[in-house]
Ligand binder design. Structure first.
Ligand code: FE2
Ligand code: FE2
Length: 279
């Protein structure tokens, strides 16, 4: 059972006076990626084909991710009535295919590795929606983001619990776990997010430039992040790779990640193509 339904949201409290164009752009693009949960669910069920308990959990997970997309899409159409969620998502689907769509086994080399990668994604999404909920003053979006963030924290726990089960069988070394986590974090600069930002925020037919769209996305999302969002996300990453989520090493890593993110933000800002030009 899902933990909430779209109709539970107090849509009647929508306040157009509290909108922020940057946040609308981020919500539109997040709706694309979330709605793509169907394909990822199909892949997960193929990878874990002989594990009925996990397949059932993956089914519910996928339904929840799709609901995230639909709730964000509905809010974005309230905020910008000229925007068409379904049309934008179709454009995203037509132009982007998950690289793992045809794989029969995990692209991470093992089931434990797959579940570590899923933990990393859920660390990122839980931090992302917590940051969006803190950043927006629009009451409906705040509610939606809090509901989604709670799901993402539960998703982390779901994948973490299954990961521990598989780790006992597959026994991945710490460095293997660390390498999988680092490579999944690095993939945040691949097409999945940049192309979603492009499809959600430019007119149909606008040419796609990966680097420009990534710069547009990063320079929109990074100012919204606060240190405590990164700190919490880093604690979850630590937990996923088998390190203590709190303590000196976690603190130092969160500070380092924060510094690197700031530096990355400045680099992207220097090469940014304004949305108005890209559209
Ligand atoms: Fe989600
Ligand atoms: Fe999730």
């Amino acid at each position: 059972m899902k933990h909430w339904r779209i109709d539970d949201v107090r849509w009647d409290q929508f306040d157009p006076a509290k909108l922020d164009p940057s946040i609308i752009a981020l919500v539109k693009s997040a709706a694309m990626v979330e709605r793509n949960g169907t394909d990822y669910g199909t892949y997960l069920k193929r990878v874990f084909h002989d594990d009925p308990a996990f397949k059932d959990a993956a089914d519910l997970w996928s339904v929840e991710e799709i609901q995230h997309g639909d709730a964000l899409g509905r809010w974005a159409m309230l905020a910008d009535p000229s925007w068409d969620y379904q049309a934008a998502f179709q454009r995203y689907k037509d132009g982007y295919e998950l690289p793992l769509l045809t794989a029969d086994s995990s692209v991470r080399g093992s089931r434990t590795g797959e579940l570590i990668a899923r933990c990393i994604v859920e660390s990122g999404t839980s931090s992302y929606y917590s940051a969006l909920a803190d950043a927006t003053e629009e009451p409906v979006l705040k509610q939606v983001c809090k509901l989604i963030a709670a799901d993402e924290f539960r998703h982390f726990k779901l994948f973490y619990d299954h990961m521990k089960r598989y780790l006992a069988r597959e026994q991945l070394f710490f460095l293997q776990r660390l390498r999988i986590a680092a490579s999944r974090i690095g993939e945040s600069e691949d097409d999945e997010l940049a192309f979603a930002f492009h499809c959600a925020n430019t007119q149909p037919g606008a040419p796609y430039d990966h680097q420009a769209s990534l710069a547009d996305y990063m320079t929109t999302v990074l100012p919204m992040c606060r240190f405590h969002h990164i700190e919490r996300g880093m604690g979850m990453v630590f937990k996923a790779v088998g390190l203590p989520p709190r303590g000196r090493l976690a603190d130092m890593s969160a500070k380092l990640a924060w510094t690197l993110l700031q530096r990355r933000g400045r680099k992207f800002a220097a090469e940014r193509t304004p949305l108005a030009q890209a559209a």
